[in-house]
Design a protein around this ligand. Structure first.
Ligand SMILES: NC(=O)c1ccc[n+]([C@@H]2O[C@H](COP(=O)([O-])OP(=O)(O)OC[C@H]3O[C@@H](n4cnc5c(N)ncnc54)[C@H](O)[C@@H]3O)[C@@H](O)[C@H]2O)c1
Length: 243
């Protein structure tokens, strides 16, 4: 489905990111991977760096374009989670969450849009969340706010850049079985396997999402099958909405 396409994936070393990269390559895409460390990831180009570094983000689309000989798809997948209400949120939490979840995809989109427009268009998929992207959830005030911001930015950019042949959409996953979720359980003293199993019972489909369940929807949004979708927020929740 992606024969001849060139894609940049951020957060490529993470749970969902690894699945996106594997699936894109299996379907013929050439992929540039971005994460703090990209060693050991099979890909056509490696662009490691810190998304908190603004100049790295600004330069990433052009670097991917140069490494791959073009750029058709960007998946802004990297993210961090901060837990707790506002009163337990530090300045450092703010800088980290706003930096990775909002500023990085903002900078990457801002740099990529003119490049894609000049070469006939492209597709960008951002990662919001059911938590914030669709409705606020309890005890994750900062995380929800960042995901609300990227959801709104996606809707705005989807409208503003459709005329340039650039489709910009976002997925809104509910809970996914990745290091992000599992490390949270471990930090709170729960056995991650048992906690994931228990959490699965709260989902109408009977289990929380695996990374592949989210990656498949991202690939759909990046593909020509979604050619009429611009600015959409696609909830992927197994039947379990936040609110
Ligand atoms: N896991 C869930 O339950 C869930 C639910 C909804 C949305 N999401 C979103 O899905 C996306 C992927 O999450 P995941 O569950 O695969 O998490 P993950 O922690 O497995 O992967 C996130 C990746 O982002 C990278 N990253 C974080 N900060 C970075 C930085 N400063 N510079 C470069 N790379 C950085 C990490 O190194 C990691 O590889 C995130 O945007 C997350 O918010 C996850």
């Amino acid at each position: 489905m992606f024969e001849g396409k060139r894609a940049l994936v951020t957060g490529a070393a993470g749970g969902i990111g690894a699945s996106i990269v594997t699936k894109l390559r299996a379907q013929g895409a050439r992929v540039a991977v971005a994460d703090r460390v990209t060693d050991g990831i099979e890909a056509e180009a490696h662009l490691p760096g810190d998304l908190l570094d603004g100049s790295y983000c600004d330069a990433l689309p052009a670097a991917a374009q140069e490494a791959l000989g073009g750029l058709d798809i960007i998946i802004n997948n990297a993210g961090v989670i901060t837990r707790g209400p506002v009163t337990e949120t530090s300045d450092a939490d703010w800088d980290l969450s706003m930096g990775v979840n909002v500023q990085a995809p903002f900078r990457i989109c801002r740099a990529a849009i003119p490049l894609m427009a000049a070469t006939g268009g492209g597709a960008i998929v951002n990662t919001a969340s059911c938590w914030g992207g669709k409705a606020p959830g309890p005890n994750h005030a900062l995380y929800c706010m960042t995901k609300a911001a990227i959801a709104h930015l996606t809707e705005c950019m989807g409208m503003d850049h459709a005329h340039q042949g650039i489709r910009i959409n976002a997925v809104c996953p509910n809970e996914v079985n990745t290091p992000m979720l599992r490390s949270g359980f471990a930090k709170r003293g729960f056995d991650p396997d048992k906690a994931v199993e228990e959490l699965g019972k709260t989902v109408p489909l009977g289990r929380i999402a695996e990374p592949e369940d989210i990656a498949d929807v991202m690939l759909f949004l990046a593909s020509d099958a979604a050619r009429y979708m611009c600015g959409a927020l696609v909830e992927v929740n197994g039947g379990k909405p936040v609110a």
